[in-house]
Ligand binder design. Sequence first.
Ligand code: GDP
Ligand code: MG
Length: 150
Amino acid sequence: MAEQTFIMIKPDGVQRGLVAEVIARFEKKGFTLRGLKLQNVEQAFAEKHYEDLSSKPFFHGLVHYIISGPVVAMVWEGKSVVTTGRTIIGATNPAQSAPGTIRGDYAIDIGRNVIHGSDSVESAQKEIALWFPEGTVQWKSSLHPWINEQ
Ligand code: GDP
Ligand code: MG
């Protein structure tokens, strides 16, 4: 199976009207959209998504942020999409995110950094299973050979 990553536009990204901008960056790069939904997040679900960070001092604020409004949950597929997705997103702290990245272009504060992306293939698999228990859409773009050498 081709590599997949879980991407989430956080509540600030949705509120600020950045949904189309984020999708365009992944779409124009050549990655394939496999799943997409707008949803509110329950507190227990947000705690589960961020369970690895539960001992951090910012955990409570992070959970509060993620449940503060609807998010857009997505699955994107393509060669090295986990690593390249993180590059497109930029560094966690927008003060250190390069211009041209989503966080570098659209965020100032680490606690309002617009977007989430899986940090490894393993966490992508875990996150996709958590967010898309119903599964994703199997399809292949007719542009595939124009984007991928093989
Ligand atoms: P990411 O993978 O780049 O999103 O970063 P992490 O997995 O380390 O952290 C998850 C999210 O927690 C980040 O995207 C930030 O929104 C938030 N976060 C991380 N570190 C801090 C911090 O030091 N302070 C605050 N307020 N939030 C943080
Ligand atoms: Mg992370």
